[in-house]
Design a protein around this ligand. Structure first.
Ligand code: ADP
Ligand code: ASP
Ligand code: MG
Length: 408
């Protein structure tokens, strides 16, 4: 007998029929003798609806109250799933995040889980009850409702699995596993049987929204066996596990991409010590995270250009800050561009292989895609390109690195 934590995302609980189907899947697991804790998201579209509703009254909404509103989506699904399980003759109990003491910090809208008290859950499980817990939410030390950031139900599930020392954490979604790239962009993408925590973390950080970044961080840290599967069809899904458990390591495991980019350039700044700090210091003081950075060489021996990218949501804020900096530095001009995307190759195999970057650049050049910025780390290479090249770029790289179904 095992203890299994299952998480069902928005589309998997998107209608009463889907909820009935989830109830059956959960009961099937219970019938095999396993203890089951189920984490659910809000019904598909519901969180977006709540976001717009709040913003139609105040934009941005006050963070504490925003969380009060956002957390309601999941409260509906825990109740619905519990009555669906009960109606089929099994004991189930719904819990909000606060009711199972998912303690978080007080960073509203992006809170981090600090602690989970498993006593109540263990007592229920001992009685054979199926637990149905609301994803995406917790409470801070004063009992204020907090939420964990978009996609946060994944993190709730992994955190519960870690706290309960579950045998497996299963993330049920609308695809049957983690693919070499988003199958919606490249239909020839291939499902991976296994991927390492480290690669999955890079994929998630670089834009693959199949798992929330923090859920992968948590799973890696506490060594929670994590599996992504479809709630619509049977299958083994993808196991996210430590590198040692992966026999054949591919050179490149996947391609991630992100549309959430914006590029800012400040032209004609003095080429002398301290300039980078004078530009990026105020950006960081404004709580804006900078991703890629390029500083050109001064061709006139005096001034240079400086370019960086930020999250598209921070674009306007960054532009305002940069315009002030430009005045202070006597810069020539500030430019910005929202039509930028980032495409990244991810793979631990890169560590021991040279030539991946040049193959990537050649592949993009052959189809006329201009690379605007490049950044690399041990297991990834990212390029920023014009957003009109996103699909083409992903597809040609997918083929060039042999990730297609046909070449598998
Ligand atoms: P849920 O609502 O179940 O949490 P999400 O929409 O958050 O589901 O995540 C599933 C989606 O992630 C898929 O529909 C797919 O389009 C997208 N996705 C992005 N990258 C990948 C990838 N590499 N493998 C599988 N799915 C991916
Ligand atoms: N309902 C939340 C969202 O849409 C959390 C989740 O689904 O994981 O972001
Ligand atoms: Mg999700």
């Amino acid at each position: 007998m095992a203890l299994i934590v299952q998480k069902y995302g928005g589309t998997s609980v998107g209608s009463s029929e889907r909820i009935q189907h989830v109830a059956e899947k959960v009961i099937a697991m219970r019938k095999q003798g396993h203890d089951v804790v189920v984490v659910v998201s809000a019904m598909s579209g519901e969180t977006n609806r709540l976001v717009s509703l709040a913003k139609s009254i105040a934009d941005p909404p006050e963070p504490r109250e925003f969380d009060v509103i956002l957390a309601t989506g999941e409260q509906v699904t825990i109740g619905l799933l519990s009555i669906a399980i009960q109606a089929k003759g099994y004991a189930a109990r719904s819990y909000t995040g606060g009711q199972v003491h998912i303690l978080t910090d007080n960073a509203h809208n992006k809170a981090r889980i600090l602690e989970i008290d498993d006593k109540k859950m263990r007592a229920d499980l001992a009685k054979g009850t199926i637990l149905v817990v609301a994803g995406f939410q917790g409470v801070d030390e004063y009992g204020n409702i907090t939420t964990l950031g978009r996609g946060g139900s994944d993190t709730t599930a992994v955190a519960l699995a870690a706290a309960l020392k579950a045998d497996e954490c299963q993330i049920y979604t609308d695809v049957d596993g983690v693919y070499t790239t988003d199958p919606r962009i490249e239909p020839r993408a291939r499902r991976l049987d296994r991927i390492s925590f480290e690669e999955m973390l890079e994929m998630a950080s670089l834009g693959s929204k199949v798992l929330q970044i923090r859920s992968v961080e948590f799973a890696g840290k506490y060594n929670v066996p994590l599996r992504v599967l479809s709630s619509f069809e049977e299958g083994q899904g993808t196991l996210i596990t430590s590198e040692d458990n992966i026999m054949e390591q591919a050179l490149i495991s996947g391609i991630a991409f992100s549309r959430d980019e914006a590029k800012l350039t400040i032209l004609g700044v003095p080429d002398k010590p301290g300039t980078a700090y004078q530009i990026l210091g105020p950006i960081s003081d404004a709580n804006i995270e900078v991703d890629m950075i390029i500083q050109n060489m001064a061709t006139d021996g005096m001034t240079t250009d400086f370019t960086f990218t930020v999250h598209r949501n921070d674009h306007k804020k960054a532009l305002n800050v940069l315009q002030k900096i430009a005045q202070n530095l006597g810069a020539k001009e500030v430019r910005s561009d929202e039509q930028v995307v980032k495409i990244s190759l991810v793979g631990v195999g890169m560590r021991s292989h040279a030539g991946i970057a040049s193959k990537m650049f050649k592949t993009l050049a052959d189809v006329g895609i201009n690379i605007q910025m490049i950044s690399t780390s041990e297991i990834k290479i990212s390029v920023a390109v014009d957003e009109k090249f996103l699909e083409l770029g992903v597809r040609v790289l997918h083929e060039a690195f042999g990730l297609d179904k046909a070449t598998a």
